[in-house]
Design a protein around this ligand. Sequence first.
Ligand SMILES: *[C@@H]1O[C@H](CO)[C@@H](O)[C@H](O)[C@H]1NC(C)=O
Length: 459
Amino acid sequence: MAEFTRQRGKRQEDNGLGSVLDLLLANARLVLGVTGAAVLAIATLAVKRLIDRATSPRDEGDPKAEQKTLEESWPELALIKATPNPPPKQRREDLSEPLLSPARPPVPGPRVCPAPPETPRLESSPPRCLTLQEKLLSHYSNHLSVPEAQACLVLQLARSICAQLQNFLRNKCPELPFGSLFLSGPLLDGLRALTADHVHLMLPVVLDTALWSLIPGEDTVVRNPQYWMIKRTDLEYFPRGCSPWDRFIVGRYFSSNMLNETLHKLLVASINWPAIGSLLGSVIHPVVASQELKLEVKHDQVELSITLFPVVEMEDKILLAAPPEGLVENLWLESFYRAEVSALKELDAGDSGVRQCCLCILNNICKTYPALHKLAGSPLTHVILHLSAASTDWAEEDLADRFQQVLEELVGYLERGVLPSYFNHKINLFCELSEEEIDEMGFMLYRAVSEPELLLTEK
Ligand SMILES: *[C@@H]1O[C@H](CO)[C@@H](O)[C@H](O)[C@H]1NC(C)=O
């Protein structure tokens, strides 16, 4: 489990007041329902944090917090009580401008009108009184449909680069049985984001299942069910060299780090990108300093980035050579992307639902606001899948209700610091977020629960 979760847990245990607040919160959930409790939870979280800060020993936490005495902190508490808004954490640039607009009382239900004309910041809002439902639909059609020609060009470029890379790998490393490279990502799956600017390039690594087996990350030192290790078996009977991938073994395991390094070197130093670029009427740069295997492509009509993911498919698992940052090496990340997309599509097809539309809008919002970047993609998808399991109605006329419900659920998950994966409840999709990031997202979405159109405001 990530560091922050332990710290959160520890701090709550250490602190009698914290557990009283937790108890209150648990009861509030029974009385107020999830929505009310989630809103209360974020307010309470703020209070808890101030108490933690004021009572934690001076050798812990960040240096600024250490300077604070209890007396200095209480006025801040009074401030929280006096205003329905989150505490002055909003100085952060990330909490985009629209959210700083003067607070209005929370408006119940999805039928919400633009603010009265004296609020200057909302001048650009449509003059007509639009419902949230109408705003969402217009946001979807105005911002989210990537022009067909642009999408085509991007895919055409990506496919050509894919073919060039495949050729290069066959010639340069004929001994390594890579499978056929293929494209992936939201643009290909119809879950188009704001712009058609990113494509994933999947590079299958074909393993002989007689020589390799999977070890769950839970059973290794990382104790993380999101990761797997790929172990070389039967070295006694089939000594080193029997598998073409044996040169990537580190301590009996297939090292994702070593494979990454090899591919990184090939991308950065061996491939003649200027020649390939001029062939395709574009300029292609490998991104040298990136954690990922990344290419940037500039064409006079489009720009795109392509990320290469070595992928192993084994025992019904899809594993990416995307090891976590840190000291532990050789891990493979289980990807649920394919399962996420097909679950969403099947559900929508079953009841003519708008889950994918809702996901597109939310993805777009999370990409627009830096504080919410890390919620885009998988986390949002899993919240929608969880909500679908609770048998809610996803017809088009329910879009605004569902949109608002996703925001409420997100606030609830953030408050707990845990978003269980839809496909494996042991996986916490928030486990790599810091406590700060969680708080920041929580505050922002807490505001948005009562005023969702703030998220749709032009930046
Ligand atoms: C992949 O290798 C490159 C080059 O050594 C490195 O800069 C990058 O951080 C590595 N990525 C991961 C995820 O380890």
